[in-house]
Design a protein around this ligand. Structure first.
Ligand SMILES: C[S@@+](CC[C@H](N)C(=O)[O-])C[C@H]1O[C@@H](n2cnc3c(N)ncnc32)[C@H](O)[C@@H]1O
Length: 363
């Protein structure tokens, strides 16, 4: 049985499973998701093995919500002995048809869980002998080639492993699909990493230049103590920071920040419009999505980046319902938008949304 293996944040298996079942089901890639709570991964088992490549290239991981990485599985070892693990992987591979002539890179993976932490050291050490052996058997290019598909050997535990591949352009380039960022010591809050993660991983270089223009204006709703404002100021933007709480002095001293102790739901931009609206208010997701839609429809903001805080249950449904209403409002406009929704590594119980206005119809 082949499957698409998705890595996710532990605790988000059922949301990832719902998303994959919807995504593949809509395209008649029939199968069923299998997951265990808090394992950090989900398999979507495909009924038709010939559909693996189609499923793997249906949607880039960066355009999904909950998956961190998407891998097409073609071999599984359910009972892995302690001795000669390299030999056992090679034996399993000798029985399968190669999905590609050869792979350019080997990645040995483990889940983002407490058990995964105990596997990390082993996986690092195991990579070298496995890579040598796979090169000898013609599975890997003689030299690392990042232009080719990547081979993944995933260890959910010491006793089992899964072999699959990811396609360049559809997969995350980061190991385990996790992009770790260094906390900037002068930022007033750790929340700064959420916005930085979104800017770096959800916007292309071209979009970053467009959205984060030095000298441009932004509004930050729910700004305190200022981690998101910090990211914008760092890029030379003027920021209207809206919150009843206080903004860090270090930011006020830059001369780029105006603080307004106001309600984010009734605030209007000082000069009628801004380049970018950001929002990290802890509020109902449908309320925030409606507010973001209002700003974009009225052209108060050209682009928007915001978080939708998630409930404990029905998180995939909550996100898709809030976003479908917002997207239908944007679709009714003459402008075009690129919309992405991601559960980023630095997010907790929230997803990040980026909306970039791509048409020239900017006022
Ligand atoms: C998660 S914190 C924001 C952290 C901030 N992004 C940072 O990086 O430092 C949420 C903030 O939203 C503010 N907030 C919640 N509801 C608000 C509202 N209706 N209007 C303005 N601010 C609000 C809270 O006062 C709180 O400071």
């Amino acid at each position: 049985m082949t499957s698409i293996l998705a890595y996710c944040r532990p605790g988000y298996e059922s949301d990832t499973a719902n998303e994959l079942a919807t995504l593949y089901g809509e395209k008649e890639l029939f199968g069923y998701p299998v997951s265990t709570s808090n394992s950090g991964f989900v398999h979507y088992n495909l009924f038709d093995e010939n559909q693996l490549k189609h499923a793997l290239t249906l949607r880039a991981v960066n355009e999904t919500i909950f998956p961190r990485q998407l891998i097409g599985v073609f071999a599984k070892i359910d009972t892995l002995g302690k001795d000669d693990r390299v030999g056992q992987v090679l034996d399993a591979l000798s029985e399968v048809e190669k999905p590609k002539a050869e792979f350019g890179v080997l990645e040995v993976d483990y889940p983002d869980t407490e058990e995964g932490k105990t596997l990390a050291k082993f996986c690092r050490k195991f990579t070298v002998p496995l890579r040598v052996a796979l090169r000898q058997k013609g599975w890997l290019t003689a030299k690392e080639n990042t232009q080719k598909a990547k081979l993944h050997v995933f260890f959910p535990s010491f006793e089992s492993c899964v072999v699959g591949y990811s396609e360049k352009g559809y997969a995350s380039p980061a190991h385990l699909g996790i992009c770790r960022l260094k906390f900037p010591a002068d930022s007033p809050s750790r929340s700064t990493l959420k916005l930085e993660d979104a800017l770096v991983n959800m916007l292309s270089a071209k979009e970053q230049n467009k959205v984060l223009r030095s000298g441009g204006r932004a509004v930050d709703l729910g700004a305190c103590p200022g981690g998101w404002t910090y990211q914008l100021v760092k890029r030379g933007m003027y920021v209207e920071a809206i919150d009843n709480g206080a903004v860090a002095d270090s930011l006020m001293q830059t001369g780029l920040v105006e603080h307004h102790a106001a309600d984010g739901f009734s605030y209007k931009p000082q000069f009628g419009r801004v380049d970018l609206l950001v929002c990290d208010m802890i509020e109902q997701p449908d309320r925030v999505a409606k507010l973001m839609g209002d700003w974009l429809v009225k052209h108060w903001a050209t682009h928007a980046i915001f978080n939708l805080k998630l409930p404990m249950k029905r998180r995939y449904e909550t996100v898709t319902e809030a976003m479908s209403l917002l997207v239908s409002r944007l679709d009714a406009l003459n402008d075009a938008f690129t919309v992405k929704v991601r559960h980023l590594y630095h997010d907790r119980d929230e997803v990040t949304v980026t909306i970039v206005r791509t048409s020239d119809d900017e006022v």
